[in-house]
Design a protein around this ligand. Structure first.
Ligand code: NI
Length: 252
């Protein structure tokens, strides 16, 4: 059984979520962590974890929504952390690709959520784009652990995050012909990685151009097993172990 450790399963992307989940089940993907990015999607995460047993949730405010959030949205996150199926605070972080001019505001929002994670002892799901140094510096101010989602940096940066207690999330990008992260992941121990789709984005080869969905974990897993020369069962077992250790509210 595989876990999709990072997806965005909202009704705006998928007309029929139960069909998406049954296609995932056919490929032996038995668990999905659904990530919110703002108040609206955090609420959707809460309704999906209630409706579907295989869905767990992470709630947070993504840096792209830095201009829209209110204190009520932050309080909403705090108020729902005791839900047994909310396993992390995410997706949170820094994105300087489109939003360089909002650096300060992004760091403030990021720090606010890291402080909550530290206080409530919750792991964090980190989005970091063109912001590696600030991400590392900010994370170091808090006692938190979690996942660097969609990690695509160098071996050196991978080792820094691993030393800080973070897992690295691999997704469909690794299957792209022009991707150079294969070399980085080749040398990273299985104990430090987990698999994700980031659905509906980052659809793996050979489905590029279509909408991504959790069933494609099957293709990502096969690619990674091949790259790392390990049996697929071993990859499933170790990545699930990593997930349960990190997201301690996932017990079965
Ligand atoms: Ni995401």
């Amino acid at each position: 059984m595989f876990t999709d450790s990072h997806a965005h399963i909202y009704s705006e992307y998928y007309d029929d979520i139960s069909k998406v989940l049954s296609r995932a089940k056919e490929k032996n993907i038995g668990r999905i962590i659904n990530n919110g990015v703002d108040n609206k999607t955090n609420k959707e995460v809460l309704s999906t974890i209630e409706e579907f047993p295989e869905i767990y949730g992470a709630i947070g405010i993504h840096p792209e929504h830095v201009h829209e959030y209110s204190i009520d949205d932050i309080n909403f996150i705090i108020d729902n952390l005791n839900n047994p199926k909310i396993v992390a605070i995410g997706e949170i972080g820094l994105d300087y690709h489109y939003e360089k001019e909002s650096k300060e505001a992004q760091i403030k929002l990021f720090e606010r959520q890291l402080a909550i994670a530290e206080q409530y002892n919750m792991p964090v799901v980190i989005h970091s784009r063109e912001a590696t140094q600030d991400t590392i510096d900010t994370l170091k101010k808090y006692h938190v652990k979690g996942v660097i989602h969609s990690f695509s940096g160098s071996k050196e940066v991978a080792n820094i995050y691993i030393k800080m207690g973070f897992l690295l999330g691999i997704n469909g990008v690794i299957t792209f012909k022009n991707s150079n992260i294969k070399d980085v992941y080749k040398d990273i121990p299985l104990e430090n990685i987990i698999l994700e789709t980031d659905s509906p984005y980052l659809t793996p080869h050979p489905y590029r151009g279509e909408k991504n969905e959790p069933s494609y974990i099957y293709d990502i897993a096969n690619f990674v097993a091949d790259l790392k020369q390990v049996p697929i069962d071993k990859l499933a077992e170790q990545t699930n172990k990593n997930i349960k250790k990190m997201f301690s509210k996932i017990i079965n």
